[in-house]
Design a protein around this ligand. Structure first.
Ligand SMILES: Nc1nc2c(ncn2[C@@H]2O[C@H](COP(=O)(O)OP(=O)(O)OP(=O)(O)O)[C@@H](O)[C@H]2O)c(=O)[nH]1
Ligand SMILES: [Mg+2]
Length: 254
């Protein structure tokens, strides 16, 4: 994560990719969340409408007492999935590779958009995440308003099906529409929580790997290659790690 770069208190920035088939409402939900309006942004790829100080406020979201600055990039999955001739999508691959969080979007009234995002979409995201283990992610069904009340029969994706898939891959699932901004804000907060969770887990994994590396016995040839300096260094690291424990022991002993 990088700092926002805007004046005022430093707020961590979170890069979010909204990935979904054409027409599922990627632009609509981001516009509603950011501007409480429709059709603020027109182009599908790489749009970051943070031009002025006044609009930058709208990207701020508070989650569990901490403010975050959200940057959105919406990626239309359809041309990439269909590999349209001449389309270069290394830019999108890169965006997904560096994103802090991914919002997988489908249309509740169109089962194909769900099938594509949970099969092709999920695989595409995982393939782009080279070098990263865990990442923030949520599954979101859009256009809830169109499948409610007397239009119930227009629902093609049962909520339970989405929840089942989401829990299988370890993400949360939500249903929204482009009219309910409060709900969209809640959903974005959950995505930020998922990003923070992934960050913590990646850090823990890294620390565990380092510890294992430290305690792994060296072979004789490794020892002779690295000489005494490396060995002394790892001994020093172990002593340093144990130091607070030793101090508290000696305090309780005295
Ligand atoms: N009723 C309803 N219509 C929606 C909703 N979200 C989007 N739409 C409509 O669905 C159409 C497509 O929305 P967009 O936001 O352009 O979808 P997109 O995923 O950005 O589409 P591309 O940029 O073409 O990939 C538009 O006519 C929107 O007004 C929603 O929650 N409810
Ligand atoms: Mg769009």
């Amino acid at each position: 994560m990088s700092p926002s770069g805007f004046s005022g208190p430093l707020v961590p920035a979170i890069n979010i990719v909204v990935l979904g088939e054409s027409g599922v409402g990627k632009s609509s939900i981001v516009d509603k969340f950011l501007f409480n309006a429709q059709w603020v942004r027109y182009d599908a790829v790489g749009t970051s409408p943070f031009g002025t100080e006044s609009t930058s406020d709208r990207f701020n979201v508070e989650v569990d007492g901490q403010r975050y600055f959200l940057l959105f990039n919406d990626i239309n999955a359809t041309p990439i999935r269909l590999q349209q001739p001449g389309l270069v999508h290394s830019f999108q691959d890169k965006s997904l590779n560096v994103a802090d969080g991914v919002l997988l979007l489908y249309d509740i009234g169109d089962i194909q958009t769900f099938d594509h995002i949970i099969q092709w979409g999920w695989e595409y995201v995982c393939a782009c995440r080279t070098g990263h283990s865990k990442f923030g992610c949520i599954l979101v069904g859009n256009k809830l308003d169109l499948v409610q009340g007397e239009n119930k029969e227009k629902r093609q994706v049962p909520q339970s099906l989405a929840e089942e898939w989401a829990s299988m891959v370890g993400v949360k699932s939500f249903e929204v529409d482009r009219f309910d901004r409060e709900k969209l804000q809640d959903v974005m907060r959950d995505l930020v929580r998922s990003v923070k969770w992934a960050e913590r887990r990646n850090k823990e994994d890294l620390e565990m790997m380092r510890d294992e590396e430290d305690t792994k016995p060296m072979t004789v040839s490794e020892e002779s290659k690295q000489g005494g300096h490396r060995r002394n260094l790892s001994l020093l690291q172990k002593v340093r790690k144990a130091w607070p424990r030793l101090q508290s022991k000696s305090r309780t002993a005295s």
